[in-house]
Design a protein around this ligand. Structure first.
Ligand code: ADP
Length: 449
């Protein structure tokens, strides 16, 4: 590419230079020729004024017979050479004298311009002045210009080629870096590599920055994908192992009916856990891929939350309390089914991680543009170091405490956050270990397009 641009640029430069030079030569030749002719006439006319006769004898002392490469010859009106200056006087005599006319003659291969002028003198007799200038002398300047040009042109083109090669090389270098990094990533599959061009505002720097951002996103997606696969297999391993172990022992030994029932209950629980995990993951993947479309409708959140609370109330363990503080007629553009998933999940968590005789409280308020839902409990709480991670997939604050919860999979909050984001809302959490946790949701009332 560098060579191509340099060659093309040099060819173009040569072409343009030749064209401009040719044009200049033509103009200068024309200008020099006309000015040479003008000078020839000027000197002859000037000399004509200086012609004097002294006692019937021609006096040529005041004439400039050779000036600015122009020679002047003096003839009688019948063509006899009377005087003057020219290397070969006699040779020019063969050309007829024609008053006030410039003629171009070729003598021994040399081109001359002749100009004749009649100086009339009735007393002493007419004479002719003939100015002679060699055309080669006129074009001496042009020849010099030609020579300078022909020597400097290749230097000029060479310099321009080197210049364009250097500039192209410099401009292409970042592109080479981009290609190099992309190739390295492809060969080694190392997505952590970056182009890392220094700051610049031109298109190539912008391209490199875009590529770097793309590589970061790809790397992030790749890591999440890996993490996700390993987490899923990890989560499925335990229930599968339990099911297999239970089945094997049932096949090998003779258990009592009671023991068999216990074993089947365990298999059932693990199967249920797997089913729940698979359906939650499916929902998450659907949300991620945009397969699950948001069916916006004007939902009466006051009514929806009241219904959810009534359902939850029937499932409540005796020692837990469920409170609510719901403003009436709070409407919001959202997906009815997804909203049930969000609120149920948060209430479930409040129950799961609450104290034995604790409470879960759900509040709903509104202001001009948004609605706020808070789900609060007085349970075990979450440490500050874990708060940033609880929305990550498969993250469980303390594996041991969550392990006691047979349905704890660490994916509920991740799904809640995803749904809230899809609704252009926001979810935050406040918590203190041993005191309790509050999840705050803010949703725009009107659908954002
Ligand atoms: P899980 O299925 O484990 O409940 P979640 O994604 O819903 O998964 O929650 C992630 C983790 O955050 C839980 O394992 C738990 O440790 C912590 N957590 C969530 N909600 C609460 C809460 N209300 N109180 C205390 N800890 C909570």
């Amino acid at each position: 590419m560098k060579t191509k641009i340099t060659v093309l640029n040099s060819l173009l430069m040569t072409l343009i230079s030749c064209f401009i030079l040719g044009f200049m030569m033509y103009i200068s030749q024309f200008v020099t020729a006309t000015s040479g002719e003008r000078q020839l006439k000027y000197i002859v006319h000037d000399n004509a004024e200086e012609v004097e006769w002294e006692k019937g004898k021609l006096d040529l002392d005041d004439l400039d017979l050779f000036e600015n490469h122009i020679s002047t010859l003096v003839y009688s009106d019948d063509g006899v050479l009377l005087g003057g200056f020219a290397s070969d006087h006699a040779l020019f005599t063969i050309y007829p004298l024609i008053n006030r006319e410039v003629t171009s003659v070729n003598l021994d291969g040399v081109q001359y311009l002749l100009y004749d002028f009649l100086v009339e003198d009735s007393k002493n007799g007419n004479i002719f002045l003939r100015g002679i200038v060699s055309v080669s002398e006129i074009s001496e300047t042009i020849t010099l210009l030609f020579n300078i040009t022909f020597i400097s042109l290749p230097i000029f083109i060479l310099l321009s080629a080197l210049g364009s090669y250097y500039i192209t090389k410099k401009s292409i270098k970042p592109l080479e870096k981009i290609i190099e990094t992309a190739e390295d990533i492809t060969k080694g599959e190392d997505l952590s590599q970056r182009i890392n061009l220094n700051q610049g505002k031109d298109e190539i720097h912008k391209l490199a920055q875009t590529f770097d951002t793309m590589f970061s996103k790809l790397e992030q997606a790749f890591i999440s994908e890996k993490q996700f696969s390993s987490d899923v297999s990890h989560e499925l391993r335990t229930p599968t192992s339990v099911i297999l172990a239970e089945c094997e022992s049932q096949l090998e030994e003779n258990f009592s009916l009671e023991e068999k029932q216990e074993s089947f209950q365990s298999i059932y629980r693990q199967g249920k856990k797997m089913q729940q995990l698979i359906s939650t993951l499916l929902n998450l993947v659907r949300l991620d891929n945009g397969v699950q479309k948001i069916n916006y409708e004007k939902v009466d959140l006051s009514e929806l939350i009241t219904i959810i609370l009534e359902e939850q109330e029937s499932l409540l363990l005796q020692n837990k309390k469920l409170f609510s503080e719901i403003e009436k007629n709070v409407f919001c553009d959202c997906d009815y089914t997804l909203m049930i998933r969000v609120i149920s999940n948060l209430i479930d968590n409040g129950m799961k991680y609450g104290k034995d005789d604790g409470f879960v409280k759900v509040s709903l308020t509104e202001n001009q543009d948004t609605v706020q839902i808070t789900v609060e409990d007085d349970g075990i709480g979450i440490g500050a170091e874990d708060l940033d991670h609880i929305f990550k997939r498969f993250y469980r604050v303390d594996a041991a405490r969550s392990e006691n919860q047979s349905d704890s999979m660490g994916v509920g909050l991740s799904m809640v956050e995803q749904i809230i984001k899809l609704h252009h809302g926001n979810i935050t959490v406040d918590s203190a270990v041993g005191k309790g946790t509050s999840f705050h949701l803010v949703l725009p009332k009107d659908r954002e397009i």
